[in-house]
Design a protein around this ligand. Structure first.
Ligand SMILES: Nc1ncnc2c1ncn2[C@@H]1O[C@H](COP(=O)(O)OP(=O)(O)OP(=O)(O)O)[C@@H](O)[C@H]1O
Length: 259
């Protein structure tokens, strides 16, 4: 897998001319960097992610991967470069875990060609990266929420993307699997855009953070500059305290409704 540079240039979106849900957003993300998109419910995180994985076409502006406009590529070309792990999961519950993960190879297969030995190897690696080998033959519909989430990450890994988009990747996961997924994601050599609700997690995982508030970019930059009590108050309407953990000295945020 290799990593792409992501440039978002004045990208906005709304379902009609009269309604803008995402006001123009611009940012540049270096290859291999991890961007965390945070904000209150309804702030526009999923909408921005949908533009980045080419589900929605920007009403204004562009999304560029290594300088190439996502909407000037074919859907298939884009699918070879961008993979997404979404909160909505597939409804083909009767497929096995291995079959679902193998769907990630589809953009790389030509025509009706059967998967090659290399494709099978990539699928096996994705299954073992997500510790799913023991579940490979199980029907997707029989898995727990956390197991399903790991299958969706494995499918995205099998796609060998240059940019991986994750919408709340730790949903449904217990603490151990949350930490494992985050560590795995962090060690991938791809560019990552992830929405997160946990600001402490965003601060420790991400190289850059974008705070959205009511469909507008409130702040963008390294976590220490962006996740500040002032911005948190403005975006979430809560009081935020930055404390230092002992003995690591790492910053940790706590929140309250009033001082
Ligand atoms: N097609 C649409 N038509 C009308 N409104 C929409 C449409 N899509 C999204 N919205 C609204 O736009 C706002 C932003 O939605 P979005 O899903 O991007 O928020 P979010 O930050 O991901 O929220 P959450 O944290 O709750 O998942 C919400 O108020 C949502 O109801």
């Amino acid at each position: 897998m290799c990593a792409a540079r992501l440039d978002i240039e004045e990208a906005s979106w709304g379902p009609s001319r009269a309604l803008t849900l995402l006001h123009p957003v611009s940012l540049a993300l270096a290859p291999g960097a991890c961007l965390g998109v945070v904000g209150a419910n309804g702030a526009g995180k999923s909408t921005l992610l949908r533009l980045i994985y080419r589900y929605l076409k920007p009403r204004t502006g562009r999304i560029l991967l290594d300088g190439e406009d996502l909407w000037r590529m074919s859907a298939r070309q884009a699918a070879r470069k961008v993979a997404a792990v979404l909160q909505e999961q597939p409804t083909d519950f009767s497929l096995s875990v291995r079959e679902i993960v193998a769907l990630g190879r589809r953009p790389h297969l030509s025509g009706l060609a059967a998967p090659s030995g290399r494709d099978q190897e990539i699928v096996s690696r994705a299954l073992s990266d997500m510790q799913l080998h023991g579940l490979a033959a199980r029907r997707f519909g029989t898995l727990s929420g956390g197991e399903r989430q790991r299958v969706m990450v494995a499918r995205a890994l099998a796609q060998e993307p240059q940019l991986l988009v994750l919408d709340e990747p730790t949903n449904h996961l217990d603490i151990r699997h949350q930490l494992e997924i985050l560590e795995l994601v962090r060690n991938l050599s791809v560019t990552i855009v992830t929405s997160l609700h946990d600001l402490n997690m965003a601060a420790s995982l991400c190289d850059q953070v974008l705070i959205l508030s009511s469909g507008r970019a409130l702040a963008y930059g390294p976590p220490a500059e962006v996740i500040t009590p002032h911005h948190v108050q403005a975006a979430f309407g809560v009081v935020c305290h930055r404390e230092q953990l002992h003995p690591s000295g790492r910053p940790h945020l706590t929140f309250s409704l009033s001082n």
